[in-house]
Design a protein around this ligand. Structure first.
Ligand code: NAP
Length: 277
């Protein structure tokens, strides 16, 4: 028997992992306020739902209004609190407005999952355009920095908090024809480590989560939604399947919880063994 009551078989069927109906793991998130960017889809939506399950109030942020509002509705439908704020994470005034709206609404900000990102165009290093490079770096890397720039002062005011930035296995190992994506995700790991040191004695832990191949709309765009196009991606995964957004969300929740109180500056891989090969 571990510290937390783990119900037999709760996580055995990952494909049917119902995040809102999974038992609560961590009392330390109850009544706190969590912000998730890119929460209208995939990993961000699963993370927003997982924070809600743990009893936190959620600030759902995305560029996509319909999808972001849908995530907030899913949370509210189960009796939890959520607001949606439209924000482009690559735009400083959007991010400033996002954080100030969150703090105005809930008086504090305890957790942030800086997750919004794009895969960008697929092209070799020499064929990659400057426009595509700038777009990917602006959203994936500058977006994470901008979010932390405005989240950290809010957390310092209340004496602490926890931040998780979404990187990728692409921050550890190379992938062809994704130069800006790989650079942005490696950059997030380096940024996470440096920023974690700055606030380590001031009550803020900053970590990263580095997913492997996760079944989300992002991967469906790459495979064109075709089963036969999935094989090479599943082939990258020693566990023999793609991960689910919920499996990444559980790592984010743990990193934000008091159970991870001695963990900061850590890029946690959630990758089915991909980078261990
Ligand atoms: P997803 O399903 O495409 O969800 C990402 C969400 O973020 C979408 O709603 C997207 O809107 C939104 N977004 C894009 N640009 C934004 C911006 N500038 N400001 C605010 N929101 C924005 O992707 P996902 O697979 O869940 O990916 C989430 C994160 O995990 C990304 O950082 C991704 O790089 C990372 N990741 C994913 C995988 C994977 O296998 N899926 C693996 C490793 C890492 P649009 O639809 O308009 O783009």
């Amino acid at each position: 028997m571990g510290i937390y009551p783990i119900e037999e078989g709760v996580f055995t069927d990952k494909s049917e992992h119902d995040i809102l109906n999974t038992p609560k793991w961590h009392k330390s998130l109850e009544g706190k306020v969590a912000l998730v960017t890119g929460a209208g889809s995939g990993i961000g939506r699963a993370s927003a739902l997982a924070f809600a399950r743990e009893g936190a109030k959620i600030v759902v942020a995305d560029v996509q209004v319909k999808e972001g509002e849908e995530t907030a509705r899913m949370i509210k439908d189960t009796g939890h609190e959520a607001i949606f704020v439209k924000a482009d994470v690559s735009n400083a005034s959007d991010v400033e407005n996002l954080i100030s709206t969150a703090v105005r609404k809930y008086n504090r900000l305890d957790f942030a999952h800086n997750n919004a990102g794009i895969e960008g165009a697929s092209a070799s290093t020499i064929d990659y355009t400057e426009e595509n490079w700038d777009r990917v770096i602006d959203i994936n890397l500058k977006g994470v920095w901008l979010c932390m720039k405005y989240e950290i002062p809010a957390m310092l005011k209340q004496g602490g908090g926890a931040i998780v930035n979404t990187s990728s296995v692409a921050g550890f190992v190379g992938f062809r024809d994704m130069p800006a994506y790989c650079a942005s995700k490696g950059g997030i790991i380096a940024l996470t480590r440096g920023s974690a040191l700055e606030y380590a004695t001031r009550g803020i832990r900053i970590n990263a989560v580095c997913p492997g191949v996760i079944r989300t709309p992002m991967v469906e765009r790459v495979t064109g939604g075709k089963k036969e196009a999935e094989a090479p991606f599943i082939g990258l995964e020693p566990v023999g399947r793609m991960g689910t957004p919920e499996e990444v969300a559980e790592a984010v929740i743990w990193l934000c919880s008091d159970a991870a109180s001695f963990v900061t500056g850590h890029p946690m891989v959630v990758d089915g063994g991909l980078i261990s090969q």
